[in-house]
Design a protein around this ligand. Structure first.
Ligand code: FES
Ligand SMILES: [Fe+2]
Length: 379
């Protein structure tokens, strides 16, 4: 799992002045809003005696630990220790890690890492249709939800950009009559890995069959991974001008589970009455994927590319895998196995405040992974 990336932590609408616990990247975090509506994300572990802050409450714009009432503001600094009285000097180490947050596309994104603001990658900017809806456009209709894979996050993202599995896994859009994939190009830059492919359409089922008949050109599909906030945008052009897209944030819960935060948009059947059907179709796709990827071995992507037999048409996922390995080399992969006995010691992902002041913290940080295969990852 990588630090110094943005991850979807919650639906923005679910973040309120009631502290909410979130488990991601093996960490317990708390999110809450202060009285100005600004959202905050802190480590959930109170540095006094380990109280779980999300089980406390928000008092005067700070989250109050349910055990002895210490209060931590949005920056993670302790602002009150009730047992010491109002004039007490608060110890410097009375603070918890606070992580940068941003709200976009209806989600609360959290930056888990210590990079200072100038070095943080931007959030994705690949969902203009959603922003148009926020500005009042009714051209697009959206449904949203979550899905949890019992699979590693890199495995899950590779599945999201896998061009050859649909014929076997997805009966609604994979055409078993034409399982071959024409060669495709990758468009790669610092933040994205993108491909466009064309496939013979299949017959739609249910109510969609009324609008989307078989008499149509090859279906264009655009798939883009946005690397610094691990997420995927997929466009499926059905029958012009009808098309749909799905944007999904892939948040590792831990090494073995991945929570997908998805938002699906369509420019046909925009009446509310089709939302339930649309929602069901998206979930069916994830359920079909889960039947396969929840059982992949090894659970994690193996250390070298030659440990599996990748084909040329697997190159989209392989490029992402290479990028993850590069991040490992750059010291951004968390080594959760080296963090020791979690029943005895909590370790946290370092927050930006640690860069400014590396001392005066109670909890240690999780060590980063030492890459196993230097030369191949550097290829
Ligand atoms: S454990 Fe949080 S105030 Fe004591
Ligand atoms: Fe799939």
């Amino acid at each position: 799992m990588l630090m110094n990336c943005w991850y979807v932590a919650a639906d923005a609408a679910d973040v309120t002045s009631d502290p909410k616990g979130v488990h991601m990247l093996g960490q317990d975090l708390v999110v809450f809003r202060d009285s100005s509506g600004t959202a905050h994300c802190l480590s959930d572990v109170c540095v006094h005696r380990g109280g779980s802050l999300c089980r406390g409450k928000v008092v005067d714009d700070s989250v109050q630990c349910p055990y002895h009432g210490w209060r931590f503001n949005g920056d993670g600094d302790c602002v009150e220790i009730p047992s010491l009285g109002p004039d007490a000097t608060i110890p410097k180490r009375a603070r918890v890690d606070s992580y940068p947050v941003a709200e976009k596309y209806g989600w609360l994104w959290v930056f888990l890492g210590d990079a200072p603001e100038a070095e943080r990658p931007p959030l994705p900017d690949y969902f203009p249709e959603y922003e148009a809806m926020e500005q009042g456009s009714d051209e697009w209709k959206f449904v949203r939800g979550t899905f949890t894979f019992e699979a590693n996050w890199v495995r899950a993202i590779e599945n999201g950009v896998d061009h050859t599995h649909a014929f076997y896994v997805h009966t609604d859009f994979g055409n078993p009559g034409k399982p071959t994939v024409d060669d495709y190009d990758l468009d790669i830059n610092e933040s994205k890995i993108e491909s466009i492919t064309y496939a013979k359409p299949v017959s739609k089922r249910g109510v969609w069959a009324e609008k989307i008949d078989e008499d149509r050109p090859d279906v264009k599909t655009m798939v883009r991974i946005y690397k610094p906030a691990p997420s995927i945008r997929i466009e499926m052009h059905l029958k012009p001008p009808m098309w749909q897209m799905i944007v999904s944030g892939y948040t590792p819960i831990d090494e073995h589970r991945t929570k997908v935060w998805w938002c699906h948009g369509r420019n046909f059947f925009t009446d509310d009455k089709y939302d339930a059907d649309s929602h069901k179709r998206v979930l069916l796709v994830f359920q079909e994927d889960a039947k396969v990827i929840d059982f992949i071995q090894p659970a994690m992507v193996p250390p070298t590319l030659s440990d599996e037999l990748a084909l040329e048409n697997d190159k989209h996922g392989i490029e992402f895998r290479k990028w993850v390995k590069e991040q490992e080399l750059a010291g951004r992969a968390l080594d959760i196995h080296a963090q020791g006995d979690v029943d005895e010691m909590v370790k946290v992902i370092p927050s930006p405040a640690r860069g400014k002041d590396p001392k005066n913290w109670v909890l240690d940080t999780i060590p980063v992974k030492q890459p196993k295969i230097r030369q191949e990852a550097a290829e």
